[in-house]
Design a protein around this ligand. Sequence first.
Ligand SMILES: [Zn+2]
Length: 1093
Amino acid sequence: MWYYSCISVLIFFCLYFVMYNELFYNTDEDQVLLLKACSHKLQQNEDRYEDDFEGLFSKSRGRDLHNVLIDNENYTENCCFNFEKPPKTYIQLLDFYKNLSFPKDERFLWDKGWNIQYDPQRFNEKNKLEVFVVPHSHNDPGWLRTFNDYYHHKTKPLLENIIQNLFTFPDLKFIWAEICYFSRFYDTQDLITKERIKKLVHNGQLEFVTGGWGMPDEANTHWISLLIQLTEGQSWLKQNFNITPINSWSIDPFGHSPTLPYILKQSGFQNLLIQRTHYSVKYNLGNKRLLEFLWRQLWDTKGDTELFTHMMPFLSYGMKHTCGPDRTICEQFDFRYINKNTIDRFFRRGQDEITTKNIVKKSNLLVDQWKKKAELYRTNALLVPLGDDFRYQEKNELLNQRNNYERLFYYINRQTKFNVNVRFATLQEYFEAVHKHTNYKFPTLSGDFFTYADREDDYWSGYYTTRPFYKRMERVLLYYLRAAEQLNAWNVKYKNDRFEKILRNVRRQLSLFQHHDGITGTARAHVVEDYSIRLKNAIKDCQYVMEMNIFRLMTRNSYEKMDYNKKYFDIDDSNWPCNGSIRSPIIFSEEDGNSKFLVFHNSLAQWREETVQFLVTAPFILVSDLDGRPIQAQITPVVIWDKITPTFLTKLYNLHFVVKIPPLGMKTYILNLKSEKTKSKHTYFASNIISNTSFIAVNIENYPKELIKFTAQREYIITLTNGGTIHFNNNGTLKSIKTDRIREPWPVSVQFYEYGTNWWSKQSGAYLFLPNGPGKPLVGNFVPYIVYTEGPIESSVCVGLPLVVHCTRIYDNKIEIRNIVNISPLNNFEISMRIATTIKNKDVFYTDLNGLQMIKRNYFHKLPLQANFYPVPTAAYIEDENTRLTIITAQPLGGTSLSSGVLEIMLDRRLSQSDGRGLGEGVLDNQPTEQIFHLLFENLEGCEKRVENHPAGALTLAAYRATKELLNPISKFVYVSLETALRKDFGTKYSPISDDMEIITLRNIINLERNSTEVNTGVIIHRTKVLECSAHTGNLNKSVQLHNLFPFQTYGSSIHRTTLTFLKNLGEVDIEELQFCPMDTKALIFKHIPFKI
Ligand SMILES: [Zn+2]
């Protein structure tokens, strides 16, 4: 009987195999290969699921990092990214989504249960099912409680229990992920305990998985922050245990990004585990034994970026979802409550202690679940995680689990009928068992796992936008940290531990906030406040390090005399994300003299010529450089908006001028205060028009009266210096844009929309977006105030709407939108900005993943509205053959393209209730937030061709520059101590790198070599892929001349290649020139001998 069923399963599979592949590949050649593969399988009757054509399956776990790096040293024209040749992978997730039907019964998969049938003969004496039971505890660094609160009341006690049990039972194993907690615990242990814990690590009982500072969100995070948090955790492990984990464990982030495997692969990782993916994706991959795959980057044609990935198959990582498909059975094997008569026990039937009386029945039940789960995977190794959130806090909890499971293991391992071998294990042991079977092949996969849904229409697209104020603050901190690290690294010859300690703490605070309830905005309000204090303090710390280092670098012989408590420079803090209080220093206040020195720092490795802005108390100012050359400047009024009404300040002015700063360098400018009589002819007053029928009083001291006019509502045109024009509607929003490269203006409109929730059904919360229908335009029945300002350097149009002050700023031929969003009076209300154009993008649009790469999206009409929103961490675009609209965002938000020609970005959300995912409260702590966007309208004539089925996109060079500049503004310092003369500039003799590259990291790193006095500077350089267009100008060069870029080359150093975390030295390089393919990231360590002071 079993024979017939086997044959029928084989025939079924073969038919399915043909059908399945038809979905992806329709060429005749592929079909022949498929049929050959199937006939081969029927003859062999071995592994039904393998194939090996076109490299779509691979035996390896992905190519070894070292070989990839060595190979890449010799390339020139062998770069992977080719828009005319899409890589072939067995599963391309966008195509996979196109072919999924999302039937109704899958919507209730976890309620009705996953009916898995298995072949009872699959495992036998020679081929036993190897079960790896892996105890773990998931510890959120902040969610319902703060990080500190959790540590003291949950994590510390549970770690004590875990460590104690591991000491007692050598057969017990444990894995731990969050180094923010473990480092805190370990650092407070006595020396003997520390030594014993080290033994647990080195004898394989305790494995650190991932080893990052936390378990980061993968939707809103920037890839540089992801790398910082991984480096921070792994560096701690290297210093304390001399280990570097190679297995990643990402069980709770709400959707998964390929950016993480990109970083992990180049940090030396070999395996990755993920959990939260769409239920239909799990179901369809699982039924085809495709839950383990080689995850490749979207552009990779060679497999260099592959990382072996295990996807968990069921609803959750908690133990009632990990033994098999039936949670009512799995929960019987959670022995947490067996010795207790608690109410918990009352509601958990079947959780009995394992005894000689019930062991037969219990073993049968458990093995049946394991075999069902094993049916979803290819090898005979089965992973059974045993844990949950903050597990093993109670004294006997782990002891009970261990003792009862040991009884089961003892019995099951000795029953020949089961053909099962089970033990406690670490994640490493599971992956080793998977890779031991070199005859198994795994499919290749590319794409991402957004947008996540755990059931029905519950799509987790709300958290892409929740609490945008803090999302913006994270980007501000990232900028400050990188700039501070860079400035501190230039002072490498005088190593300063004080600043190193400050920056290490800042990295840890930034890393903590990458947590999947941090930057996601999904923690309780008091926890958000705790993160907020940490972020604010970290920003202040960076500012201090920057100010002190600017003093050291820009003054001569200043190091010995430096007073750490003195304020030499005052940083202009206008990047702060909130509205209201002015945080910029006000120049020429009463105690100031008649001149002020300003220093500007450019943290990018290209020259920058950009408009900067300051607040000044007098309008008659001459701006010049230190050679005495006057600089053109502009004075505009300072306008404060009280919701819809503008107020013009009487004694404060905005000063704008253009600075030119060298790559990674600094330059000094000087402001001289003049009188009306001696005023500079290089400084211009902007003209202003206030449009409204209700008059407001404007009385600005020393501002020419004729330059402030009042009109009724009217349209308005601003002319750019490059000949383009920006046309505004009479309501103060964009109407059309004509750039220098097009003949006819492009029509465009910007409108705000609202979404609500249904009171009679499930409602949106911090995680979920459950709108009550399509968005409705926000229309006001009043005539708004509009303020037009036009000058030679900066022009702007600002309109006061009830929930948004919407400003369009035009400077450096750029279009910038600044929205100050304040939706606090409303409840169950979400607001978006919709930009409509005539671009014929149909259903296709592109969004970025973690600021690293662009991915193609399709609007799927078969899915609800909320399923079609995706993370927009830095950029999104729509395009047709000739035109493209790109939106660059300074803060991560959710976005989509609802219909052809339209890009929509969510701005804020305020919700009264929890959405049933455990938070237990709504989102009601909204803060007025200044959100910044850049818009680029570009002509694509003469750009490289892209085939339709390529899954990746790429920004144009101008858009890439815009993202870099928006996230890394020029830092502005006011010299307040005036005791020593300033240098004219710093870094002018060093060369810029190619415009499509970026210095990701430039910082001092810990020297891990004992007895070495060298100071190590870590450098990471990344080259992106830009859409190459004949008309786009810029400096593009695939190589970097290291000695031209870094000044510390000049005083004796050796250069070493390393992993992205700087933890594995891959050998000294003697080349001065490094070659880069698009999407390459290379890490280097410069070793110097520090100067003695
Ligand atoms: Zn979590």
